[in-house]
Design a protein around this ligand. Structure first.
Ligand code: GLY
Length: 375
């Protein structure tokens, strides 16, 4: 009998083979899907932080199937994204997400030299956001010079990659300093994380920890927790430093202890219990982190992480995946931000689909390893 994840993968291929044509016809980088069409990002045009996930889906499917249509669509979007390197103004620390999954994937899977140069350009922009007081600045605008956010743990992979690529340790050193600050200032005793730390940019002292995309100050935004879980796992794998793996284990235990009865994930682990606000992106991302962590730690503990990931993925597949031909995206009930900022609540958002596809590829043994420093 066919595995659930093989069937899901086949369905994802059917959906995104059609989706590649639809997105190309629409001429956009898909951010979410509504009423049978893709919709582009709500803010900042092609500089919006999620632009890499669509080509990331294409590269994962290209790696798994060798179908040229996926590659062609990834390259169409790469052209749009590399133009943003010149406009520069709106780019922020999320150049890791944007370029590791587009130009970085292109270089990894084909050896293309220009794609490597563009990825290095993005890594240099990220390194340029480093404040020597010990953190990578998240966003532009004068009044946000001291803002750093947990999401950045995922962006560090492009810095580890850049050091491997060039033999220059500066990139990885910046990543490690930021990761160490994150352990000290973002993580709580119970393994949960805050979303934002505002540092005094002159002294590096924390002045505030606002709620960000979570429910309230002091709460636990589930996608932030997923970024921490997967991000520290990647720092561990990319540096070989056990300290980061141990932090990832704490983050994982907290996440697992908060999975809902039905296997889905609340948008914030501290949200009111009578509130139905789910974020399937968090679950898909955390599942990828747990599958990687399971391989790293092995044994019984590793089995626990793998089982939790499979339980969440099964719930996504059985309760929230729309496999109909009319729907251009897979996962429903994705929530961009707890207090809806217009970026989407309980809808299909394509970066949830990226992590779901990555997880399916992991289960099938074809993952393109797009976050890894070594090719
Ligand atoms: N990196 C922003 C978010 O997760 O929505």
């Amino acid at each position: 009998m066919q595995n659930w994840f093989d069937l899901a993968f086949e369905r994802a291929c059917r959906k995104f083979a059609r989706g590649a044509q639809l997105a190309a016809a629409q001429g956009i980088i898909p951010y979410k899907s509504v009423d049978g069409k893709y919709v582009e990002s709500p803010f900042d045009g092609n500089s919006w932080w999620t632009g890499g996930f669509w080509p990331g889906i294409m590269w994962q499917l290209y790696k798994a199937t060798g179908e040229e249509g996926y590659k062609a669509e990834a390259l169409r979007v790469e052209e749009l994204l590399t133009r943003e390197l010149r406009t520069f103004d709106l780019l922020n620390h999320d150049v890791g997400f944007m370029y590791l999954l587009s130009t970085g994937a292109h270089h990894r899977l084909t050896g293309d030299a220009q794609a490597a140069t563009d990825t290095l350009h993005a890594a240099t922009i990220l390194a340029g956001r480093f404040n020597p007081e010990g953190f990578i600045r998240a966003w532009p605008r004068r009044e946000r010079a001291g803002y750093a956010i947990i999401d950045c743990m995922m962006n560090l992979s492009i810095l580890y990659w850049a050091s491997e690529q060039t033999g220059d340790p500066r990139f990885a050193k910046i990543a490690r300093i930021h990761a160490d600050t994150t352990i000290r200032e973002f993580l709580r005793e119970d393994g949960s994380s805050c979303h934002i730390c505002v540092f005094d940019p002159e002294t590096g002292k924390v002045v505030e920890r606002p709620a960000g995309q979570g429910y309230c100050e002091g709460s636990s935004w589930s996608r932030g927790q997923a970024w921490a879980l997967y991000g520290f796992t990647l720092s561990g794998v990319n540096t070989g430093d056990q300290k980061y793996i141990d932090v990832a284990r704490r983050c994982a235990k907290y996440f697992i202890s908060n999975i809902r009865e039905d296997g889905l994930t609340d948008s914030d682990f501290c949200q009111p219990k009578d509130e139905e606000r789910i974020d399937n992106i968090a679950a898909a991302c955390a599942s990828c982190g747990l599958l990687e962590l399971a391989d790293v730690v092995g044994g019984e503990e590793g089995e626990t992480y793998r089982a939790a990931a499979e339980r969440m993925l099964r719930a996504l597949n059985d309760l929230c995946a729309d496999w109909s031909d009319e729907a251009p995206g897979i996962l429903q009930k994705c929530t961009a931000s707890y207090h809806d900022d217009g970026a989407g609540r309980h809808v299909n958002i394509l970066y949830g689909d990226y992590f779901f596809v990555e997880a399916l590829c992991r289960l099938r043994g074809t993952d393109a390893r797009l976050w890894m420093a070594k090719i």
